[in-house]
Design a protein around this ligand. Structure first.
Ligand code: NDP
Length: 298
């Protein structure tokens, strides 16, 4: 028989996951704070649990899809002894620290945690292209890999519970910052009356060019060797200065280009302007080391 699965948290993501498990032939139990959000799933064959404890007790595999880890404690705080022996697949977003703390909190209650970072929007869950990072105990992942495949291709990254969260955050950052840069470019060209649709295919080409530099950039970073043969930090500081000036002259928001320029300026201020642009890794790692730019307090 297919492994019974409980899904707790029925926002768009939890609903999509519960539907995928039902479609995969798994007995599914659901619980949500706002009970009416379970109605359509119950009509489709899921069992409705009356309490979080009943939901946790119904299945060996408990999938959480909550807004953050504060919600996890709000919900599971009442589950008590039902948690003993369960595997909690925590697909709620939060910080890496929160994932480590939750692993210890669950272990103290006899449960094991797999942390997941789901890399697609809810409408892609359970379909081609759906992809989820996991971290936590390898044996637990391997025991449930087949079931987890129902919601997306599982990609195990290591034992540290924080890893899935870190992969999720790092890659989501690449995604959202690329989108933000795209919008900024549209605004800049729009200031001269150029429609975004004319610029979109050109931006697409540029993103592909950026992608082609990832391999060499990764080598520089891993080997801490930043030969400034082509794009030096000084050249990039000048270039990003021109972007910043153009955005300011258009009367538009300068926060993003100023932040990017500050990385190159930090390298130049440290006397390493002749190195490759990848030297910015030092500035990003230790923001307080550079003058005039303050990092977020640790
Ligand atoms: P929503 O914010 O729509 O849903 C969150 C769920 O958490 C709801 O079921 C809500 O219950 C519940 N919840 C929040 N706070 C509490 C609380 N204090 N006590 C009990 N229940 C609580 O989120 P999504 O479904 O969109 O996303 C879920 C997770 O998946 C998030 O961590 C999100 O970052 C992540 N994610 C979502 C993606 C997406 O496309 N939606 C993509 C990638 C990741 P109620 O219905 O009662 O409000």
């Amino acid at each position: 028989m297919s492994t019974p699965v409980t899904v707790i948290g029925l926002g768009p993501m939890g609903q999509a996951m519960a539907r995928a498990f039902l479609g995969g032939g798994h007995p599914v139990t659901v619980w949500n704070r706002t009970a009416s959000r379970a109605d359509a799933l119950v009509a489709a064959g899921a069992a409705r649990a009356a309490t979080p404890a009943a939901a946790v007790g119904a299945s060996p595999l408990v999938v959480l899809s909550l807004t953050d880890y504060a919600a996890v404690y709000d919900v599971l705080g009442d589950a008590g002894a039902a948690l003993g022996g369960r595997v909690v697949v925590n697909l709620s977003s939060d910080t890496p620290h929160a994932s480590r703390d939750a692993a210890a909190w669950l272990a103290a209650r006899g449960a094991e945690q797999l942390v997941g970072g789901i890399m697609v929007p809810s409408e892609v869950v359970g379909r081609e292209g759906s992809h989820v990072y996991y971290s936590g105990p390898r044996s637990v992942f391997e025991a449930h890999e087949r079931t987890l495949r129902v919601i997306g291709r599982p990609d195990y990254r290591g034992e540290d519970p924080a890893l899935a969260q870190l992969y999720y955050q790092a890659l989501a950052h690449v995604f959202v910052t690329t989108l933000a840069a795209f919008v900024q470019g549209a605004a800049l060209l729009g200031s001269a009356g150029v429609p975004a649709r004319e610029y979109a295919p050109l931006a697409d080409e540029l993103v592909q060019l950026a992608r082609s530099s990832f391999g060499e950039a990764a080598r520089n970073i891993d080997e801490d060797d930043h030969p400034g043969e082509l794009a030096t930090a000084t050249m990039m500081a000048a270039g990003t200065g021109h972007i910043l000036d153009a955005v300011a002259a258009a009367g538009q928001d300068t926060a993003l280009p100023a932040a990017v320029k500050s990385h190159y300026d930090g390298v130049v201020a440290a006397g390493r302007g002749g190195d490759s642009w990848t030297r910015t890794i030092d500035v990003v790692r230790k923001p307080r080391a550079r003058s005039g730019v303050s990092g977020r307090p640790a």
